[in-house]
Design a protein around this ligand. Structure first.
Ligand SMILES: Nc1nc2c(c(=O)[nH]1)N[C@H]1C(S)=C(S)[C@@H](COP(=O)(O)O)O[C@H]1N2
Ligand SMILES: [Mo]
Length: 202
């Protein structure tokens, strides 16, 4: 993008949003862009499940109905895509990952989120615990649209949004970190927007 356009965007958005809400290099959008590396997935709900596998005593599995029966919460968070858009005050309905991990014993320190369509993304387990991450089933008071990852997607808003897998089907708990789809294609392994960790080496 030519520098002059980039300057214009930044100038306008500084007026729109408090700067402590907008990480470096990001601009604020009111749209909700769709970013998918492959086709939108449409797994029928009667064939859908969510599993937690890997370094666990036994695999844990929820059907769609079982997942819907778990306590969920409304969360309002800002999301930051590495392509530089930030969307403020997005409202989701989701099951806390703490709820899903409750009672699961593991020695794993890393997690691979895996999705229908083959997308994966990795992160430390501690980035999914302590009220920082959700399995989102709703957005803006509606069920989650397929384009945005429905029926269920991860929501890990403190990291760049590629760390929030759409069409997610489970978490694999692993002892050793395993870079996922974008992480093996030049993007940063951790992806903290406040430290502008966009690419490998940032
Ligand atoms: N399964 C899957 N999840 C994904 C992606 C993808 O291509 N496939 N793209 C990621 C990226 S780069 C972003 S910015 C967000 C986009 O979510 P949205 O389309 O709801 O805006 O999803 C993330 N999760
Ligand atoms: Mo993204």
């Amino acid at each position: 993008m030519p520098p002059i356009i980039s300057r214009g965007f930044r100038g306008r958005n500084r007026d729109d949003a408090p700067s402590d809400r907008v990480p470096p290099g990001q601009y604020v959008t009111r749209d909700f862009p769709v970013l998918s590396a492959g086709p939108t997935q449409h797994t029928p709900l009667d064939q859908w499940d969510f599993t937690i596998v890997g370094e666990v005593d036994e695999p844990n599995r929820w059907t769609w109905e079982e997942l819907r029966a778990l306590p969920s919460e409304e969360v309002t968070v800002d999301i930051h895509c590495v392509t530089k858009w930030t969307k403020l005050d997005t409202v989701w309905e989701g099951v806390s990952i703490d709820t899903l991990l409750d009672g699961i014993e593991t020695s794993a320190e890393y997690v691979v989120q895996f999705s229908d369509g083959g997308y994966t993304t990795n992160l430390p387990l501690e980035d999914l615990t302590g009220g920082k991450a959700w399995l989102a089933l709703g957005y803006g008071g509606e069920t989650l649209e397929p384009e945005h990852g429905g029926p269920a997607r991860m929501l890990v808003p403190h990291l760049y949004f590629w760390k929030s897998a759409k069409w997610v089907r489970g978490l694999r708990l692993v002892a050793t970190d395993e870079p996922g789809f974008w992480e093996t294609n030049g993007y940063n392994n951790y992806g903290d927007p406040w430290r502008e960790q966009r690419y490998s080496g940032d």
